[in-house]
Design a protein around this ligand. Structure first.
Ligand SMILES: CC(C)(COP(=O)(O)OP(=O)(O)OC[C@H]1O[C@@H](n2cnc3c(N)ncnc32)[C@H](O)[C@@H]1OP(=O)(O)O)[C@@H](O)C(=O)NCCC(=O)NCCS
Length: 380
């Protein structure tokens, strides 16, 4: 009897969840009942993180308490700063993020507990510390002093502050906040699945999040935003976009980064919002090159995919690239910024996983030989 193979686990439901829902045909992303389009315009990253970790949006008092709970965790232990100092300056910042999370686990004497209270404590700590890790490594690799966090700022505001040492404008903080909300959670994506699979062995939170960081880094997942920007930089001008895209599509297995999705068959709702943000930033800054190149890439891909009858549309990473560029971030920081947001969703999933755990252990269909007889090494 032939076994059914679900390569890449495509279409497989591994569990139920209360956290988010994606309708790939309607182009909808729902966080605990709320449409992302509404949340992105109205809720802060802290409110959304509270929502993802609890049943509903916080009241004012609940939000104040939640933010107060985050504040003491903004600061990095000195050991972690020392580890970041030891990292080669030219290493990918995701190596720094992943290593720092691992080090945080090593320095937390209560790392092991997977009861809800301990997992929540670590969740607050990691959510507050991710911006500090990314900003600290960015400064250290540029030969600058690390800046202490300002716990009176929001997660988005503090991240911008720790990069430059200057209080960010309200406009920049708002754009950052929208980007964090949009990237906070996305169901059983690769890194979230990895986090849950690792947690299903009942190992500690830090181990799960370290593994999730490694998964996010890949160019088919969170690494795609940087790959989009590298492509735009390589292309250089609107007039050269068409040739670039046609060349990739003419190469067997060629992928245009920032397009396509395992779940969406229509435009990713997050891409729609980021496209508006990118347009707005381009108009405000007078630097419309990246946005215009993105539009041209979207046009050519749309034309070519329609010809082939394929539903390959821009995903969240496509317009986030030009947005981050216009905010002034270096390209290799795009994926770490994704991690600053996604820690929120990863933790929401770890609460669910630990609360009703089943070891994740799928099977593989063996197609290799059977019945070989062992030969001593000198007879092979
Ligand atoms: C995200 C992604 C991995 C999803 O892949 P998937 O669900 O496994 O889908 P497949 O790789 O089977 O692709 C289905 C078809 O669409 C094509 N396709 C998918 N994404 C494409 C892209 N970005 N550019 C060109 N063609 C693409 C594939 O070549 C394949 O064609 P075929 O059926 O003729 O072989 C894939 O779309 C991709 O590699 N995108 C680029 C990376 C990216 O932006 N990742 C971020 C995701 S949020």
């Amino acid at each position: 009897m032939s076994e059914t193979i679900y390569q890449g686990l495509a279409g497989v439901n591994v569990d139920t969840t209360q956290i988010s829902h994606i309708d790939g045909l309607k182009g909808e992303l729902i966080y605990r009942g709320y449409d992302i389009r509404e949340l992105a315009n109205k809720a802060s990253f802290e409110e959304v993180t509270y929502l993802l970790w609890n049943d509903d949006l916080p009241t004012q008092d609940q939000l104040a308490e939640f933010k107060n709970g985050l504040k003491p965790h903004y600061i990095l232990p000195q050991e972690v700063i020392e580890v970041l100092k030891l990292m080669p300056k030219d290493t990918h910042p995701m190596h720094a993020v992943r290593t720092a999370v691992s080090m945080l686990g090593a320095t937390d004497s209560a790392a092991e507990g997977v009861d809800l209270d301990n997992v929540h404590r670590i969740g607050l700590s990691l959510t507050a510390k991710f911006p500090s890790i990314v900003a600290t490594f960015e400064r250290l690799r540029n030969g600058q002093e690390a800046i202490s966090p300002d716990p009176d700022l929001s997660i988005a505001g503090n991240f911008l502050y720790m990069l430059t040492g200057e209080k960010p404008t309200e406009a920049a903080t708002n754009v950052m906040d929208v980007a964090l909300v949009l990237h906070a959670e996305h169901g059983s994506n690769a890194s979230t699945f990895v986090a849950r699979a690792v947690a299903s062995t009942l190992t500690d939170v830090y181990s799960s999040i370290t593994a999730a960081c490694g998964s996010l880094k890949g160019p088919l997942h969170g690494g795609a935003n940087a790959a989009v920007m590298q492509a735009l930089e390589k292309i250089g001008s609107v007039s050269k976009v068409e040739d670039y895209v046609m060349n990739i599509l003419g190469t067997p297995g060629g992928r245009v980064m920032g397009f396509g999705h395992r779940v969406y068959r229509v435009l990713d709702p997050r891409a729609i919002i980021l496209k508006e943000v990118s347009h707005h930033l381009a108009e405000e800054s007078g630097d419309s090159k990246w946005f215009e190149m993105s539009l041209e890439m979207e046009r050519v891909m749309d034309r070519e995919m329609t010809k082939k009858g394929k539903e390959i549309k821009p995903n969240v990473d496509f317009f986030s690239a030009s947005v981050y560029r216009m905010l002034g971030f270096p390209t290799d920081m795009y994926t770490p910024i994704f991690a600053v947001a996604r820690i929120s969703g990863w933790m929401a999933h770890l609460y669910e996983q630990y609360a009703d755990n089943k070891l994740m252990r799928p099977r593989m269909v063996y197609e290799g030989p059977l019945g070989k007889s062992f030969k001593a090494i000198n007879n092979r």
